[in-house]
Design a protein around this ligand. Structure first.
Ligand SMILES: [Zn+2]
Length: 267
Protein backbone atom coordinates (compact mmCIF):
# COMPACT_ATOMS: atom_id res chain seq x y z
CA UNK A 1 0.00 0.00 0.00
CA UNK A 2 2.69 2.44 1.05
CA UNK A 3 4.90 1.22 -1.75
CA UNK A 4 2.17 1.80 -4.27
CA UNK A 5 1.56 5.28 -2.90
CA UNK A 6 5.26 6.10 -3.20
CA UNK A 7 5.39 4.70 -6.68
CA UNK A 8 2.36 6.67 -7.82
CA UNK A 9 3.82 9.82 -6.35
CA UNK A 10 7.12 9.23 -8.13
CA UNK A 11 5.31 8.61 -11.40
CA UNK A 12 3.29 11.73 -10.96
CA UNK A 13 6.42 13.80 -10.40
CA UNK A 14 8.05 12.16 -13.39
CA UNK A 15 5.17 13.06 -15.69
CA UNK A 16 5.21 16.66 -14.51
CA UNK A 17 8.45 17.01 -16.37
CA UNK A 18 8.21 17.73 -20.08
CA UNK A 19 9.06 14.90 -22.44
CA UNK A 20 12.54 15.69 -23.78
CA UNK A 21 12.32 16.82 -27.43
CA UNK A 22 15.32 14.63 -28.24
CA UNK A 23 13.35 11.61 -27.06
CA UNK A 24 10.52 12.43 -29.47
CA UNK A 25 13.07 12.54 -32.24
CA UNK A 26 14.36 9.08 -31.26
CA UNK A 27 10.83 7.72 -31.46
CA UNK A 28 10.23 9.38 -34.83
CA UNK A 29 13.53 8.20 -36.17
CA UNK A 30 13.76 4.69 -34.77
CA UNK A 31 10.21 3.51 -34.28
CA UNK A 32 8.34 3.29 -37.57
CA UNK A 33 5.01 2.74 -35.82
CA UNK A 34 5.18 5.94 -33.82
CA UNK A 35 4.17 8.19 -36.73
CA UNK A 36 1.18 5.95 -37.50
CA UNK A 37 -0.33 6.51 -34.05
CA UNK A 38 -2.96 9.17 -33.43
CA UNK A 39 -1.86 12.24 -31.50
CA UNK A 40 -3.63 10.94 -28.45
CA UNK A 41 -1.95 7.55 -28.73
CA UNK A 42 1.42 9.25 -29.18
CA UNK A 43 0.87 11.26 -26.02
CA UNK A 44 -0.05 8.10 -24.09
CA UNK A 45 2.98 6.29 -25.46
CA UNK A 46 5.29 9.12 -24.43
CA UNK A 47 3.99 8.94 -20.86
CA UNK A 48 4.45 5.19 -20.80
CA UNK A 49 7.99 5.60 -22.12
CA UNK A 50 8.88 8.22 -19.53
CA UNK A 51 7.90 5.92 -16.68
CA UNK A 52 9.30 2.77 -18.29
CA UNK A 53 12.73 4.33 -18.88
CA UNK A 54 12.89 5.59 -15.29
CA UNK A 55 11.52 2.55 -13.47
CA UNK A 56 13.25 -0.33 -15.19
CA UNK A 57 16.79 -1.32 -14.45
CA UNK A 58 18.86 -0.97 -17.63
CA UNK A 59 22.25 -2.49 -18.17
CA UNK A 60 24.59 -2.32 -21.13
CA UNK A 61 26.47 -5.58 -21.66
CA UNK A 62 29.30 -6.76 -23.86
CA UNK A 63 30.88 -3.32 -23.84
CA UNK A 64 27.73 -1.44 -24.84
CA UNK A 65 27.44 2.02 -23.33
CA UNK A 66 23.76 2.76 -22.80
CA UNK A 67 22.39 6.01 -24.15
CA UNK A 68 18.98 7.68 -23.95
CA UNK A 69 18.49 6.80 -27.60
CA UNK A 70 18.89 3.10 -26.85
CA UNK A 71 16.59 3.22 -23.82
CA UNK A 72 13.91 5.29 -25.56
CA UNK A 73 13.96 3.24 -28.76
CA UNK A 74 13.49 0.02 -26.82
CA UNK A 75 10.98 1.52 -24.36
CA UNK A 76 8.88 2.97 -27.19
CA UNK A 77 8.49 -0.40 -28.87
CA UNK A 78 7.93 -2.25 -25.60
CA UNK A 79 5.26 0.23 -24.51
CA UNK A 80 3.31 -0.03 -27.76
CA UNK A 81 2.17 -3.43 -26.47
CA UNK A 82 0.69 -1.90 -23.33
CA UNK A 83 -0.78 1.20 -25.00
CA UNK A 84 -4.30 -0.03 -24.30
CA UNK A 85 -3.42 -1.11 -20.76
CA UNK A 86 -0.85 0.39 -18.40
CA UNK A 87 2.41 -0.35 -16.59
CA UNK A 88 0.78 -3.04 -14.53
CA UNK A 89 1.25 -5.53 -17.36
CA UNK A 90 5.01 -5.03 -17.12
CA UNK A 91 5.19 -5.26 -13.35
CA UNK A 92 7.35 -8.38 -13.70
CA UNK A 93 9.81 -6.65 -16.00
CA UNK A 94 12.65 -5.47 -13.77
CA UNK A 95 15.78 -5.57 -15.82
CA UNK A 96 16.65 -5.05 -19.46
CA UNK A 97 20.08 -6.17 -20.59
CA UNK A 98 21.24 -4.74 -23.89
CA UNK A 99 24.09 -6.16 -25.94
CA UNK A 100 25.57 -4.34 -28.91
CA UNK A 101 24.79 -7.14 -31.32
CA UNK A 102 23.93 -10.79 -31.55
CA UNK A 103 26.89 -13.13 -31.80
CA UNK A 104 27.46 -16.80 -32.36
CA UNK A 105 26.50 -18.89 -29.35
CA UNK A 106 29.09 -19.89 -26.86
CA UNK A 107 28.28 -22.99 -24.87
CA UNK A 108 27.13 -22.10 -21.38
CA UNK A 109 29.07 -23.78 -18.59
CA UNK A 110 27.39 -26.80 -17.04
CA UNK A 111 26.71 -24.84 -13.87
CA UNK A 112 25.04 -22.05 -15.84
CA UNK A 113 23.00 -24.49 -17.86
CA UNK A 114 21.88 -26.26 -14.71
CA UNK A 115 20.93 -23.01 -13.01
CA UNK A 116 19.15 -21.83 -16.13
CA UNK A 117 20.65 -18.40 -15.67
CA UNK A 118 21.51 -16.22 -18.60
CA UNK A 119 25.20 -15.76 -19.13
CA UNK A 120 26.64 -12.30 -19.39
CA UNK A 121 29.13 -13.35 -22.00
CA UNK A 122 28.47 -12.93 -25.71
CA UNK A 123 24.82 -12.57 -26.62
CA UNK A 124 23.71 -16.00 -27.77
CA UNK A 125 20.67 -15.05 -29.85
CA UNK A 126 18.85 -11.87 -30.84
CA UNK A 127 16.85 -11.76 -27.64
CA UNK A 128 15.50 -13.68 -24.69
CA UNK A 129 12.88 -13.25 -22.02
CA UNK A 130 12.97 -15.12 -18.72
CA UNK A 131 10.07 -15.81 -16.38
CA UNK A 132 11.75 -14.45 -13.29
CA UNK A 133 14.61 -12.73 -15.02
CA UNK A 134 15.63 -10.05 -17.43
CA UNK A 135 14.69 -9.29 -20.98
CA UNK A 136 17.85 -9.56 -23.06
CA UNK A 137 18.12 -7.73 -26.35
CA UNK A 138 20.68 -7.12 -29.07
CA UNK A 139 20.65 -3.40 -29.81
CA UNK A 140 21.34 -3.73 -33.54
CA UNK A 141 18.35 -6.07 -33.92
CA UNK A 142 16.10 -3.89 -31.74
CA UNK A 143 16.93 -0.85 -33.87
CA UNK A 144 16.53 -2.70 -37.15
CA UNK A 145 13.14 -4.01 -36.04
CA UNK A 146 11.96 -0.55 -35.05
CA UNK A 147 13.02 0.99 -38.34
CA UNK A 148 11.35 -1.66 -40.48
CA UNK A 149 7.75 -1.46 -39.32
CA UNK A 150 6.15 -3.64 -41.99
CA UNK A 151 8.35 -6.67 -42.55
CA UNK A 152 6.57 -8.79 -39.96
CA UNK A 153 9.53 -9.04 -37.62
CA UNK A 154 10.18 -7.06 -34.48
CA UNK A 155 12.49 -8.33 -31.77
CA UNK A 156 11.20 -6.02 -29.04
CA UNK A 157 7.54 -6.86 -29.65
CA UNK A 158 8.49 -10.53 -29.65
CA UNK A 159 10.40 -10.57 -26.36
CA UNK A 160 7.93 -8.34 -24.52
CA UNK A 161 5.03 -10.45 -25.74
CA UNK A 162 6.79 -13.31 -23.95
CA UNK A 163 6.83 -11.21 -20.77
CA UNK A 164 3.07 -10.59 -21.10
CA UNK A 165 2.57 -14.31 -21.57
CA UNK A 166 4.70 -15.03 -18.47
CA UNK A 167 2.86 -12.63 -16.21
CA UNK A 168 0.72 -15.47 -14.87
CA UNK A 169 3.87 -17.52 -14.20
CA UNK A 170 3.71 -19.79 -17.23
CA UNK A 171 5.19 -19.32 -20.71
CA UNK A 172 2.42 -21.23 -22.40
CA UNK A 173 1.13 -18.85 -25.04
CA UNK A 174 -1.84 -17.75 -22.95
CA UNK A 175 -1.50 -14.46 -21.07
CA UNK A 176 -3.58 -13.61 -18.02
CA UNK A 177 -7.17 -13.01 -19.17
CA UNK A 178 -10.20 -11.56 -17.47
CA UNK A 179 -12.79 -14.31 -17.63
CA UNK A 180 -13.45 -17.96 -18.32
CA UNK A 181 -15.07 -17.03 -21.60
CA UNK A 182 -11.91 -15.20 -22.58
CA UNK A 183 -9.79 -18.28 -21.82
CA UNK A 184 -12.12 -20.51 -23.80
CA UNK A 185 -12.02 -18.21 -26.78
CA UNK A 186 -8.23 -17.89 -26.54
CA UNK A 187 -7.69 -21.63 -26.46
CA UNK A 188 -10.17 -22.28 -29.25
CA UNK A 189 -8.75 -19.68 -31.64
CA UNK A 190 -5.08 -20.30 -30.94
CA UNK A 191 -5.31 -24.07 -31.02
CA UNK A 192 -7.07 -24.01 -34.37
CA UNK A 193 -4.59 -21.55 -35.85
CA UNK A 194 -1.60 -23.37 -34.40
CA UNK A 195 -2.68 -26.73 -35.77
CA UNK A 196 -3.52 -25.24 -39.15
CA UNK A 197 -0.06 -23.70 -39.28
CA UNK A 198 1.58 -27.02 -38.49
CA UNK A 199 -0.45 -28.75 -41.19
CA UNK A 200 0.45 -26.08 -43.73
CA UNK A 201 4.13 -26.46 -42.90
CA UNK A 202 3.88 -30.24 -43.19
CA UNK A 203 2.50 -30.01 -46.68
CA UNK A 204 4.98 -27.33 -47.68
CA UNK A 205 2.37 -24.62 -48.20
CA UNK A 206 3.02 -20.91 -48.02
CA UNK A 207 2.16 -19.51 -44.61
CA UNK A 208 1.41 -15.95 -43.58
CA UNK A 209 2.69 -16.50 -40.05
CA UNK A 210 6.40 -17.01 -39.74
CA UNK A 211 7.11 -20.72 -39.36
CA UNK A 212 8.89 -20.13 -36.09
CA UNK A 213 5.39 -19.70 -34.65
CA UNK A 214 4.92 -23.47 -34.96
CA UNK A 215 7.73 -24.12 -32.45
CA UNK A 216 5.36 -24.11 -29.46
CA UNK A 217 2.34 -22.10 -28.22
CA UNK A 218 4.55 -19.50 -26.48
CA UNK A 219 6.39 -18.74 -29.71
CA UNK A 220 3.06 -18.75 -31.53
CA UNK A 221 1.80 -15.88 -29.38
CA UNK A 222 5.06 -13.91 -29.65
CA UNK A 223 5.25 -14.30 -33.44
CA UNK A 224 1.53 -13.57 -33.90
CA UNK A 225 2.09 -10.35 -31.92
CA UNK A 226 4.83 -9.28 -34.33
CA UNK A 227 2.52 -9.79 -37.32
CA UNK A 228 -0.38 -8.11 -35.53
CA UNK A 229 1.51 -4.83 -35.19
CA UNK A 230 3.58 -5.05 -38.37
CA UNK A 231 1.11 -6.47 -40.90
CA UNK A 232 -2.30 -5.91 -39.34
CA UNK A 233 -4.33 -5.64 -42.54
CA UNK A 234 -2.84 -8.75 -44.05
CA UNK A 235 -3.42 -10.59 -40.79
CA UNK A 236 -7.00 -9.38 -40.55
CA UNK A 237 -7.59 -10.76 -44.04
CA UNK A 238 -5.75 -14.07 -43.65
CA UNK A 239 -6.48 -14.85 -39.99
CA UNK A 240 -9.49 -12.75 -38.94
CA UNK A 241 -10.26 -14.69 -35.75
CA UNK A 242 -6.66 -14.44 -34.55
CA UNK A 243 -6.52 -10.77 -35.46
CA UNK A 244 -9.68 -10.02 -33.49
CA UNK A 245 -8.41 -12.01 -30.53
CA UNK A 246 -5.22 -9.95 -30.37
CA UNK A 247 -7.11 -6.71 -31.03
CA UNK A 248 -9.28 -7.41 -28.00
CA UNK A 249 -6.32 -8.47 -25.88
CA UNK A 250 -4.13 -5.47 -26.75
CA UNK A 251 -7.15 -3.12 -26.82
CA UNK A 252 -5.96 -1.45 -29.98
CA UNK A 253 -6.60 -1.80 -33.69
CA UNK A 254 -3.40 -1.38 -35.72
CA UNK A 255 -5.28 -2.30 -38.90
CA UNK A 256 -7.24 0.96 -38.62
CA UNK A 257 -4.10 3.10 -38.43
CA UNK A 258 -2.24 4.82 -41.22
CA UNK A 259 0.44 2.69 -42.79
CA UNK A 260 3.73 3.24 -41.03
CA UNK A 261 6.56 4.35 -43.20
CA UNK A 262 9.96 2.87 -42.96
CA UNK A 263 11.80 5.15 -40.58
CA UNK A 264 13.26 8.04 -42.51
CA UNK A 265 16.49 8.72 -40.81
CA UNK A 266 19.77 7.18 -41.73
CA UNK A 267 22.92 7.25 -39.82
ZN1 LIG B 1 10.51 -16.32 -28.63
Amino acid sequence: MLLRWLRDRRRHALLERPFPPAWTRYLERNMGHYAALSEREQATLRELVQVFVAEKHWEGCGGLELTDEIRVTIAGQACLLILGHDHDLYRKVDTILVYPRAVVPRRPTLAQAAAGTPTRGPMPVLGEAHVRGPVILAWDAALRGGRRPRDGHNLVYHEFAHKLDMLDGAADGTPALASRDDYERWTRVCQREYEALQRAIDRGARTFLDRYAATNPAEFFAVATEHFFEQPREMRREHPALYELLRDFYRQDPGARALPRRARARR
